[in-house]
Design a protein. Structure first.
Length: 347
């Protein structure tokens, strides 16, 4: 059976010409989680010709309430591959390009240059700013979304005079861990679902050339009372489209900041002081042979660590420990992060 786009082609702004434009479209979705899950579903259903999926994580059962592209039987599988299979079930005509890797300074620019639009469906500030900077340098539109508990925001960057990038509003990235992500702060599934759906809608508008693309606005929606707010977000005067006065290159990661080990005992034998930065609830559910200092506490008071020690930070997946290690290195501490987190260790 062939895909049927007849209902959306009835819209005078789309028709056969618009549908052909969607079929030519190439969209990169970074993160196949709470935002990426609905975005991929709607982009595939609309007939976008090529969808790239970037995600290095595996699926946890706790993801499922906000990531309906997956099923409980998929738990433990690689998200990028599972998402690609789901897209093919929705629309076999869509070509899927699988990138089961972490977006970083070495691959971001080359990857984003291959697509017409990039969606930031990540859950950490480091990745959001990496996507932003690469999109600016590649002269590619980017659709950003961020969610915190019952609220979230949307922003669109395009290499055009009225579109601001993230650094026009917030020149420096907020340190990860200062604001909790879904795993730490909690979230009700339809909240990221709504914002991921809106990202898909904005992406379709960009590919179709439709008006209303949040040209100089930041759109905020609070589901506690269904209030909405549009904040003016103009491009900085010193930035002349399509170039940016502040972004000249992709910032490189500190050398050796991550380390791969088979066990925490191996870390101790190699002379590391191991610090578990998970929440107290996570530690209670899965204890680890390490000193526990929750990430917000540690970032607020780095003096809790010995300046002479070689520190290894650990968390569940390695993302929070990497973010914390970056911040603590800025303060002169010798800190590394366990790549892949505790879930990567031999049982």
């Amino acid at each position: 059976m062939q895909p049927d786009y007849s209902r959306q082609m009835l819209l005078k702004e789309i028709g056969e010409r618009g549908q052909a434009a969607l079929a030519r479209g190439r969209v990169l979705v970074v993160g196949a989680g709470g935002l990426g899950s609905p975005a991929l579903q709607y982009l595939a259903g609309a007939g976008v010709g090529c969808l790239g999926i970037v995600d290095a994580d595996t699926l946890d059962a706790s993801n499922l309430h906000r990531q309906p592209i997956y099923a409980l039987a998929d738990a433990g599988g690689q998200k990028a591959r599972l998402a690609a299979a789901a897209v093919q079930r929705i629309n076999p005509a869509v070509r899927v390009e699988l990138h089961a890797l972490r977006l970083d300074a070495d691959n971001a620019l080359a990857l984003i240059r291959r697509y017409d639009v990039v969606l930031d469906c990540s859950d950490n500030f480091r990745t959001k700013y990496l996507i932003n900077d690469a999109a600016v340098l590649a002269h590619r539109p980017a659709v950003f979304a961020s969610v915190y508990q019952y609220e979230g925001q949307l922003q669109v960057y395009k290499p055009e005079p009225h579109h601001a990038c993230l650094r026009c509003l917030w020149p420096d990235a907020v340190a990860d861990g200062v604001v909790g992500n879904c795993a730490e702060a909690g979230v009700l599934g339809p909240v990221p679902g709504t914002f991921g759906t809106m990202q898909a809608l904005l992406t379709l508008k960009i590919l179709l050339g439709l008006p209303g693309q949040l040209e100089d606005e930041l759109w905020v929606l609070d589901f506690t009372n269904f209030s909405t707010l549009k904040i003016k977000a103009p491009r900085r005067a010193e930035c002349h489209a399509p170039d940016c006065a502040h972004i000249r290159e992709i910032a490189r990661e500190d050398a050796g900041i991550e380390i791969t080990l088979h066990s925490l005992d191996e870390a101790v034998r190699r002379g590391f002081e191991v610090i578990d930065i998970r929440t107290a609830e996570e530690v209670a559910a899965r204890p680890a042979a390490a000193r526990h200092i929750a990430m917000p506490v540690l970032l607020a008071d780095p003096s809790l660590l010995s300046p002479a020690a070689e520190i290894l930070l650990v968390c569940a997946s390695g993302r929070r420990s990497l973010a914390a290690a970056r911040e603590l290195r800025k303060r002169g501490l010798t800190v590394r992060s366990l790549a892949g987190g505790l879930q990567s260790l031999e049982s």
